[in-house]
Design a protein around this ligand. Structure first.
Ligand SMILES: Nc1ncnc2c1ncn2[C@@H]1O[C@H](COP(=O)(O)OP(=O)(O)OP(=O)(O)O)[C@@H](O)[C@H]1O
Ligand code: SF4
Length: 312
């Protein structure tokens, strides 16, 4: 199996589309690599693969090697900056045109997911994040079946469930948690995305919708709560420009700039006159801090689960 040398596998799930699951997957992957880990992303959202676009590499093509597919690099490792390598695999790389639609029946989707799990040459990596379609579909079932059959004890760290404060009110995200319970997939925790709004003028964080629903749901289902991420208009702009909001300003890997270009690029664009107030607000609302905290919790659970499995 191509997953043999992957240390930890993390699934990213959401009950509904558009809650920011793929955005959370990419920023979680970047935060993990920023923490020095080597990371892969497997995008099994077959009908709407968005990972290549979020990294600005949708025109890349997957290379075929004798043993399988070589994942597309996002960036290589930078030992001097303490950053691990990041690569990804998505059906998006295999489609001829960016807008090509995939209209497949269940068995074909199942076969594709199995092939993605067995034929991608990840090599030795610390984390593999699997971005799944919204809901509980054929892709989820074949993913759970294949992983439960093939993964070694402790390798599947579990699932990160992404929701928004409003989506929490719907039954979809609860279905997702029930799916994990039924299939025996451990829930690492819930992320409440689009929770509050970061003003582009002064970086003030305001709760424009309800807040705290994700945490309440985590308590109800007795699973972990990983944290909240505010709506940040700069986030979309940076992603669209192929930049990485969670990397510090001026992050250069092998000559290429990956971070926001300058401090005004990220959620630091406040026009407040007092630099100290601004700095504090930036610290309070910075996406990198939110993702950094969530990432540390995911690392903690993944390591604890693999240590537990080794002891057993
Ligand atoms: N915290 C945030 N602040 C601002 N914009 C955000 C935030 N999170 C996500 N977005 C934006 O919301 C949109 C939807 O995000 P994304 O594509 O990640 O959702 P998704 O749940 O993966 O959707 P689907 O499952 O339908 O592919 C994107 O334009 C993304 O840039
Ligand atoms: S700049 Fe500050 S005060 Fe003005 S709208 Fe934004 S959050 Fe409110």
């Amino acid at each position: 199996m191509s997953l043999d040398k992957v240390k930890h596998i993390v699934l990213v799930l959401s009950g509904k589309g558009g809650v920011g699951k793929s955005s959370v997957t990419t920023q979680l992957a970047l935060s993990l690599s920023l923490a020095g880990h080597s990371v892969g992303i497997l995008d099994i959202d077959l009908t709407g693969p968005s990972i290549p676009r979020l990294f600005g590499i949708e025109s890349s093509r997957v290379q075929q090697a004798p043993g399988g597919w070589v994942p597309v690099p996002v960036h290589s490792a930078s030992p001097e900056a303490g950053i691990g390598a990041l690569s990804c695999m998505s059906l998006g790389f295999l489609l001829r045109e960016r807008g090509d639609a995939v209209v497949w029946r269940g068995p074909k989707k199942t076969a594709m997911v199995r092939q993605f799990l067995s034929d991608v040459l990840w090599g030795e990596i610390d984390y593999l994040l699997i971005d799944t379609p919204p809901g509980t579909s054929d892709e989820h079932i074949s993913l759970a079946e294949t992983l439960l059959k093939t993964a070694y004890p402790g390798q599947v760290a579990g699932a990160v469930v992404v929701t928004t404060p409003q989506a929490v009110a719907t039954a979809d995200v609860k279905k997702e948690l029930n799916f994990c319970k039924k299939t025996g997939i451990y829930v690492i925790g819930v992320v409440e995305n689009m929770s509050g709004f970061v003003c582009p003028n002064c970086s003030e964080c305001t709760d424009i919708f309800s807040r705290g629903g994700g945490e309440a749901m985590a308590i109800e289902f007795e699973v972990g709560f990983l944290g909240r991420i505010p709506i940040d208009p700069q986030f979309v702009m940076l992603l669209e420009a192929g930049r990485t909001p969670v990397y510090p300003v001026g992050t250069v890997i092998n000559g290429e700039n990956f971070g926001p270009r300058e401090s005004g690029d990220a959620s630091t664009s406040a026009s407040t006159k007092d630099p100290e107030t601004l700095a504090n607000k930036y610290r309070e609302c910075s996406l990198s801090r939110f993702f950094g905290d969530i990432t540390q919790k995911v690392i903690g659970v993944a390591e604890a689960r693999s240590t537990e499995a080794q002891k057993a």
